[in-house]
Write a protein that binds this ligand. Sequence first.
Ligand code: NDP
Length: 286
Amino acid sequence: MPQTGNIIDGKGMAAQIRSELKATVQTLSHQGTMPGLAVVLVGEDPASQLYVRGKIRACEEVGIYSEQIYLTSDVLEEEVLAVIDRLNDDQKIHGILVQLPLPVQIDPDRIIERIDPAKDVDGFHPQNMGRLVIGQHGFLPCTPHGIMEMLKRSDISITGKHVVVVGRSNIVGKPISFLLQREHATVTMCHSRTRELAHYTKQADILIAAAGKAHLLGRDHISPNTVVIDVGMNRLQGRKVVGDVDFEAVRELASHITPVPGGVGPMTIAMLLYNTVEAAKQRCKE
Ligand code: NDP
C-alpha cells in the first residue's frame, strides 16, 4: 500500500494504477483495440497547458493513443462544437476531454453536452452526472473517483462515517458527496456561506477540502484522528502550489492526510486513463 506514516501517497498509488492499466491496454491492443483519448485545449493558459501535457504523458506511459487539438483563444463556439462532432464520429477515439476553463465566448455547458456520453471520460455530461446521482452505472468524474479509490486503497472504511465536504462545485464537492452516500457515509456539505465552518469540520471522521482557498483549514478546524483529503491546488505568488489545508499544522493531528502536490492530483489523471480504458472496453462489447 503506497503510504508513508500517515501520509497517503497519491503519487505512488497513481503509478500503481497506471501500471495496472498498462497491462489492460496491452490485452486490449492484442484483441485489436487501442484505447484513444482526444484532448481539446482552447487558448494559451499556462496552467491548462501544463495539465494537458501531464495527461498526454500519462497516456503515453500506459500505451493509450492520444490526440491533442489546440484551438486559439478567439475560436468561435461553433468551431469547437464542430471539433467535438468530428471526435464523436472518430473510431480511434474512445474518450474526449475538453480542458476547462474555456474563453468567455464559449459556453462550457453547450460544449460538454455535445460530447457523446459514451466518450465523456471526464464524467461531466449531464447524463453521466444524473446517473451518478441516481446510482446508475456511468463515467464518474475523475477527481471524486480518485478520492474514492484513495480511501479504498488506504483501507479507510466509509460506511457510517461522518464525512464533511468543504466545497459544492459540480466537478468535486457535489459528485464526491453522492459517491460517499452511495458507500453509506453521512455527509455534511459546507460552502462559502456556511457559518462557523470549524463547528462542522471538527465533527468529521473524514474531511474533504475542495474550496480552492490556500490554507483555509488549520489546527482549529480539525479534531484528532481525522482522515484529511486535500483537493485544493492553490498557486502562491512564489509559484509554489499549496492545498486548502495547512499540511504542516495538521499533519500530526490527522490519522491520514494527502499532501499537495502528490496527493489527489495524480489520482485524478489516473482515473482519466481508467475511464478511457473503460470506454474502449465498452466499445469492444458493442
Ligand atoms: P470552485 O471554485 O468551483 O468551488 C469552490 C467551492 O468552495 C464552492 O462551492 C465555494 O462555495 C466553496 N468555498 C469557497 N471559499 C470557501 C470558504 N472560505 N469556506 C467554505 N467554502 C468555500 O472550485 P473547484 O471545485 O473546481 O476546485 C476546488 C479546488 O480544488 C481548487 O483549488 C482546484 O484547483 C482544486 N482542484 C484540484 C483537482 C485535482 O486534481 N487535484 C481537480 C479539480 C479541482 P460557494 O459554492 O458558496 O461559492
